[in-house]
Design a protein around this ligand. Structure first.
Ligand code: PHE
Length: 345
């Protein structure tokens, strides 16, 4: 009886050694026969009670040897069969077939406009300061001389972080003025491009998120004439050498005096069209001399230094440059819109 069992185990080992499954189906049959839940080695192991004690050990080792052999062979063949399947697939590839056409991306028109503005100011010595969109109350409002009861601070106008008191989504890039002036000493000459947020009803002309470029220049003896000349240079570089600018008195809490700047309508050459609402002028930015109180808030000696600042919206300028009549198009990621800007740079 015992010799017979030894023979059977040997026979299975020989069988495993001789087996040559070559397809996934044959391999699976191999697995089930020698390694599955009801494999052929199990009943043999069950017979161990018929083996005399002194031979039990070598019998067990023989069965284990069979198991290990099956497991090794299974692993090796599994990899080999998978490789063969891959190669077979590769042989079906038509290497001469023309490739799928490459879809070229395009710069977003806002990025293009923003880069253009940044480059114009870089040429005259401004460097870029980028700052956080989640701001604290102090940098966005208090430092910028915007009193507690100012309507801009209203929940209706500003997005506050519900769970973090005193934090908000910046409503303008003027917050970067405070960031720069509290960490660096004059002379300062920076522009700060970036996204800002206001709780506006979304329409063709307004959005709750948009982009601005802030400019700030602080040094000894900076005057309004410097501001005007810089803005004229910008307007001409941006919209053409023939454009004129117009500064209208205005009000901002952080500049004194303050102004808004219009450029002569370059769409109709100031003759009057529906873009300039038949006035010949389009408003581009707000500006003014940095209020001495703002300098002092940020730790800059207002008796020694003066400065100018300006802030411009990007969307409006991109709409003018590209003839886009709905601000929402910028934020919808509609490929039919975006693909039209492939040639822009
Ligand atoms: N922060 C102002 C706005 O968002 C623009 C501005 C910037 C005005 C700097 C004056 C000086 O409307």
């Amino acid at each position: 009886m015992s010799a017979q069992l030894f023979d059977q185990a040997q026979a299975i080992i020989a069988e495993i050694e001789a087996a040559e499954p070559s397809t996934p189906e044959e391999l699976e049959a191999f697995r089930i026969r020698y390694l599955g839940g009801k494999n052929v080695l199990k009943p043999l192991m069950g017979q161990i009670r018929h083996i005399p004690n002194e031979q039990k050990k070598s019998y067990g080792q023989l069965i284990n040897k069979a198991k290990q052999l099956a497991a090794q062979k299974y692993q090796a063949l599994k990899e080999k069969i998978a490789r063969t399947a891959e190669q077979a697939e590769g042989q079906n590839l038509d290497l001469t077939a023309p490739p799928e056409p490459l879809e070229l991306g395009a710069m977003h028109p806002l990025t293009t406009t923003l880069n253009r503005i940044v480059r114009i100011f870089e040429r005259i010595g401004f460097s870029v300061a980028e700052e956080r969109e989640i701001e604290d109350d102090w940098h966005n409002f208090t430092a910028m001389n915007t009193p507690e009861d100012h309507p801009a601070r209203d929940m209706q106008d500003t997005y506050y972080l519900r769970d973090v008191p005193g934090m908000l989504l910046r409503t303008h890039t003027s917050s970067v003025q405070a960031r720069v002036m509290t960490t660096q000493q004059p002379p300062l000459r920076i522009i700060a491009p970036g996204r800002v947020y206001r709780n506006e009803t979304i329409s063709a002309r307004a959005h709750c998120q948009f982009h601005q470029v802030e400019g700030l220049y602080v040094d000894e003896g900076v005057s309004f004439a410097d501001l005007k000349q810089t803005l004229l240079y910008f307007a001409r570089q941006m919209f053409g050498q023939h454009v004129r600018i117009r500064l209208r008195p205005s009000y901002f809490p952080f500049t004194e005096p303050s102004a808004e700047m219009d450029v002569s309508c370059f769409i109709c050459d100031a003759k009057g069209c529906n873009i300039c609402k038949y006035t010949g002028w389009v408003e581009i930015l707000g500006c003014g001399m940095v209020d001495p109180a703002v300098l002092e808030n940020c730790g800059i000696d207002a008796k020694r230094y003066s400065g100018y600042a300006f802030g411009m919206g990007i969307e409006r300028q991109a709409m003018l440059l590209y003839g886009i009549n709905d601000i929402r198009l910028f934020f919808e990621n509609d490929l039919r819109f975006l693909q039209q800007f492939r040639a822009a740079f």
